[in-house]
Design a protein around this ligand. Structure first.
Ligand code: ZN
Length: 460
């Protein structure tokens, strides 16, 4: 335990020290050295990489194959450096999830399962040292005040794991809240606990913000951090109103801790632990898919690992002066890119990509929307679910300040028509329906499985 504490402290201090660097070239040279160290280790311990690394000169590591979750899972047993068998790891992780006892490890390594549909769940391995390093880095980037000041952290997660429960240190209190429990049951507990730092997915944070506005939730956290889902501008606005605070973000997935917001609220890539290559979808607009090389993970190496996410670079530098790449936003999964039938099919393979961000902007250009979701069922069919503010009794519609539903629908229709025209695509059929929590397969008392406001529901 003492050793883990020291590693945590080392990474905490290291992260703060690197955050003060002002020379990007210095960062790049340092990253290259760290990657060499990783490759040296991996070439000795991972049968999968040994063969590949033997064939190249060390400086040519960018010629190693790009892998993804499918390849990672297919070669899991040969790829990891701890000699852990995939089947055995699966059994341990499934049992931990079923019993909600996350203490068992395999060869001293925590095994976890990523969320996803049953056939597509990924396995991840994290050693004790990696957990401590992760915790130190997260604390340095997320805590509103130095580590040695007393803090109370409330962390909402879908399921517990050793990875998270490791964040207990010194004067810091850490409490885990299970997202699967009804939100109402957490309110009293939160009021009593009075967290200084509140961390959870935006769908949950919004419910808490609404409870704060109603007066049932009385907490005054110093910092609010959104994780695990795309932070939609609509939800961001309400969360920051409810708590009278800006909403910070952490971009963390089973693949790693990838980005966090600075004091200006700008997301910066965590280039002090991960090297990012960019596969551009639209270079001019700065939209890219990240390919990660995580030089802080040794038990399950992530080398040139293609993530299924779309990120947008920020055009202007952030006023904080960080050497780390600034992001405009995290847009969502590549699976949620929409497509339009091209007006002139010969020119662009018949289909035109529509980024989730365009769809959000089109819908939110209309005032009076409380909740929305846009679902592409087929190329030609988009469903637009809407819940409007102050609608209440329809007879009272005229008395509210918000525009009537028909006006909102017409405006969205016109905005989408204009977008299609700009992109050179044919206008799809729009089907307007009522948005409700039930549509998200949720009940009024529990948050949705994973909120998505822009979603494509057919494979390409
Ligand atoms: Zn910044």
């Amino acid at each position: 335990m003492i050793r883990s504490g020291l590693i945590l402290l080392y990474y905490y201090i290291r992260t703060l020290a690197i955050s003060r660097w002002t020379d990007r070239k210095k960062l790049e040279r340092w990253q290259e050295k760290k990657i060499m160290r990783l490759l040296n280790y991996v070439s000795r311990k991972s049968p999968y990489y040994k063969k590949l690394i033997d064939r190249i000169c060390p400086g040519q590591w960018r010629e190693l194959p790009v892998i993804d979750k499918r390849v990672m899972m297919e070669h899991f047993s040969e790829l990891n450096t701890a000699g852990i068998d995939r089947q055995e790891a699966f059994e341990v992780a499934m049992e931990a999830e079923r019993s909600r006892d996350f203490s068992p490890t395999l060869k001293g390594i925590t095994v976890g399962l990523s969320s996803g549909t049953s056939g597509h769940r990924g396995l991840f391995l994290v050693s004790r040292k990696e957990q401590a390093a992760w915790a130190g880095t997260v604390l340095a980037k997320v805590l509103p005040e130095p580590l040695w000041r007393p803090q109370r952290v409330a962390f909402f997660l879908r399921s517990n794991s050793n990875l998270y429960s490791s964040v207990r240190h010194g004067r810091m209190k850490f409490r885990f809240f299970d997202l699967l429990e009804p939100v109402a049951s957490h309110i009293q507990e939160l009021n009593h606990y009075s967290p200084t730092l509140l961390v959870g997915p935006p769908s949950l944070l919004r419910m808490l913000a609404e409870a704060a506005m109603r007066g049932s939730l009385t907490i005054r956290p110093k910092k609010i951090v959104s994780v695990a889902e795309v932070l939609d501008p609509l939800d961001e606005k309400i969360i920051s109103q409810g708590f009278a605070k800006p909403v910070h973000q952490v971009y963390q997935c089973t693949e790693g801790f990838l980005a966090a917001t600075c004091e200006h609220g700008t997301l910066h890539l965590n280039e002090d632990i991960v090297y990012f290559e960019k596969e551009y979808l639209d270079r001019e607009k700065g939209k890219f898919v990240p390919i990660l090389t995580d030089f802080s993970r040794f038990s399950q190496p992530l080398i040139r690992y293609r993530l299924n996410d779309i990120l947008t670079e920020k055009k202007e530098p952030c006023p904080c002066g960080s050497v780390f790449t600034a992001l405009e936003q995290i847009e969502g999964r590549c699976d949620d890119l929409f497509y339009l039938r091209a007006e002139s099919p010969a020119e662009s393979d018949g289909l035109i990509v529509v980024f989730p961000d365009y769809i959000r902007r089109v819908v939110l250009a209309c005032p009076g929307i409380e909740h929305y979701a846009v679902i592409q069922h087929q190329v030609e069919l988009w469903e637009i679910q809407l819940a409007l503010e102050n609608t209440g009794d329809s007879a009272e519609e005229d008395r509210s300040d918000s525009p009537p539903r028909s006006a909102v629908e017409s405006q969205i229709r016109a905005e989408i028509a204009q977008l299609c025209q700009q992109l050179g695509g044919l206008m799809p059929t729009l089907q307007f329906t009522e948005w409700s929590l039930e549509n998200e397969q949720a009940t009024l008392s529990a948050p949705p499985v994973k909120r998505k406001r822009v979603e494509r529901r057919f494979p390409l």
